[in-house]
Design a protein. Structure first.
Length: 200
């Protein structure tokens, strides 16, 4: 079980840590201090659920449903482009460029946005439900693999939020915030284009 857990930890970290739409979103929420710990909890819980379902075999079933994957790609691309536009707009809007200011988004709005950027992004399903699920199902101890991957997800999202929260008060320059939001806009746009390009 220990070997499977270590395999899950390393494999999970390799897939989850890669810069993508979800990580860019989490980083942005942490830097703006808009309920970052709620965001981390939601992302980790969604990962745990999807990895677990994948290990149980649901990933293979979903991968075979072309219509479902098409809808997910289109919906995910539309949402990511909208988020990219909001980030780009912040680049030119001085109101949202100072670190450590009061919260501007309600908890409900942040929760809905987090669920959307997580559950409308097919890359999340490919990484957790399908890839990690398939690898985990083939392990000597699928439960151990699941535990290791879950620890990797938990550690990454909470570590990312903690780092962003620590950095936020130190990023006082509006130029830095423009660069951060510009980076987030580029990442989200690139992922959305990748989703659309994958449609046959």
């Amino acid at each position: 079980m220990l070997i499977s857990a270590l395999h899950g930890l390393v494999t999970g970290a390799g897939l989850i840590i890669a810069i993508g739409a979800q990580n860019a979103f989490v980083l942005g929420q942490g830097l703006r201090r808009e309920h970052p710990w709620v965001v981390a909890i939601i992302c980790a819980l969604c990962d745990w659920l999807l990895i677990g379902l994948g290990v149980l075999g649901l990933g293979r079933l979903i991968a075979s449903q072309e219509g479902l994957m098409l809808v997910a790609r289109l919906g995910g691309a539309a949402f990511l482009l909208w988020q990219a536009w909001l980030a780009l707009r912040r680049v030119y809007c001085s109101d949202g460029l100072i670190a450590g200011v009061a919260l501007r988004s309600s908890r409900r709005r942040v929760i809905l946005a987090t669920l959307a950027v997580t559950l409308l992004n097919p890359q999340v399903y490919l990484d957790t439900l399908i890839m990690l699920g398939a690898i985990g199902a083939a392990q000597a101890s699928p439960l151990g693999f699941y535990f290791g991957a879950a620890v990797a997800s938990f550690g990454w999202f909470f570590g990312l939020v903690a780092a962003a929260s620590w950095l936020a008060p130190r990023l006082e320059s509006p130029i830095v915030w423009r660069v951060i939001d510009g980076f987030i806009a580029v990442i989200l746009t690139a992922v959305a284009i990748g989703l659309l390009a994958g449609i046959e």
